[in-house]
Design a protein around this ligand. Structure first.
Ligand code: AMP
Ligand code: MG
Length: 325
């Protein structure tokens, strides 16, 4: 009898919910995973393995990455992994859809700005970019010589999509993942309430929020001029570039947040909406309405789409809330 009780206890323990909270530095950013379920350990291992595999595909700096290999072969034909080809195809389509605000061929321009000083304008102009410089068919790629790809504005969102699939495979009922500025909230909190996701205050530090979003089963993906920048001659140069000017986007927005059910698209759109600026971003949303968004303007307004009215709370009263119609 004693033995039976012991066995039962072990079985109960095996079936019970376990929580795992971990942090990593991957894809050039801090990632944190909080999972609850019966297979959290296995799911967590699969997540970190998948994200490091993606890093070996999309990292612009890892010497062995597929992207480094592809960029080094610029001008000649190269074969691509399925993952690389899929994300490149998504990216090329997104460039068309966003009127070029998102541009995966900006790699050489991004590299110039990453030197943390203003590049000479003749050098910026000399870079070869644009969808028309890329020929992709059947996982074979040929670009014009000199074209460099960069997936900085989509890879973390794609990684979040892969993470969502892994959580499903391991039957994780609730999880909160943060991949840099890219959040995926699965299910709801243990007490049955929605997850609460802070929306960063672009004027504050990394732990200052201007508002809180309540979400279930959603991606919340942000872009902003506060994330990466350098200063030169009293001017701030941030990391989101306008492909038309090849310089930091002179946006009337400081931050854009996309709330939706597709991480790659959320990541692409948050960057593209920033480049578009307020009016164009609202027009883009009106023509689709297949995602929700929060725009934080330079002049202190927080614009939200109507479906976020019930779930977004402004917590910083130096901002003014407006609902986009
Ligand atoms: P995100 O933080 O998702 O907005 O992505 C910004 C990163 O994407 C930058 O650090 C660059 O590596 C890259 N990037 C900057 N501007 C663009 C753009 N207009 N289109 C595509 N990628 C960009
Ligand atoms: Mg992005």
């Amino acid at each position: 009898m004693k033995r039976m009780i012991a066995l039962l206890a072990v079985l109960l323990l095996c079936g019970c919910t376990k929580q795992v909270d971990t942090q990593y530095y991957m894809m050039d950013t801090v990632m944190s995973f909080s999972l609850e379920g019966a297979q959290t350990k296995e799911a967590e291992a699969a997540l970190s393995e998948k994200i490091s595999a993606l890093e070996r595909v999309f990292s612009p700096t890892l010497p062995e990455s597929e992207l480094v290999r592809v960029n080094a072969a610029s001008g000649s034909e190269v074969s691509l992994s399925k993952t690389f080809a899929d994300v490149l195809e998504i990216s090329l389509k997104a460039s068309e859809e966003t009127g070029g605000a998102f541009d995966v061929t900006l790699g050489s321009v991004i590299a110039l700005w990453q030197k943390q000083e203003v590049p000479p304008s003749a050098l910026l102009e000399a870079q070869i970019t644009g969808n028309e410089t890329v020929d992709l068919s059947n996982r074979m790629l040929k670009t014009e010589p000199g074209v460099q790809l960069n997936f900085g504005a989509v890879a973390k969102g794609y990684a979040a999509d892969c993470a969502k699939t892994i959580l499903e495979e391991y039957e994780i009922p609730r999880a909160l993942l943060s991949l840099g500025g890219n959040i995926y909230a699965k299910g709801e909190k243990a007490d049955g309430r929605p997850w609460q996701v802070g929306v960063r205050d672009p004027n504050g530090t990394a732990s200052d929020w201007l508002g809180i979003l309540q979400v279930r089963d959603k991606f919340v993906i942000a872009s902003g001029d506060y994330e990466r920048y350098f200063e030169q001659g009293g001017v701030r140069y941030h990391h989101i570039l306008d492909p038309k000017t090849r310089a930091p986007a002179q946006s009337d927005l400081r931050e854009t947040v996309v709330v939706n059910t597709n991480g790659s698209r959320g990541d692409i759109l948050s960057t593209a909406l920033f480049v578009m600026g307020e009016d164009e971003a609202i027009a883009f949303w009106r023509a689709r309405k297949d995602f929700e968004m929060i725009l934080v303007s330079q002049d202190g307004r927080v614009l939200i789409t109507p479906n976020l009215k019930e779930t977004f709370t402004l917590t910083n009263d130096t901002y003014e809330l407006e609902v986009v119609a």
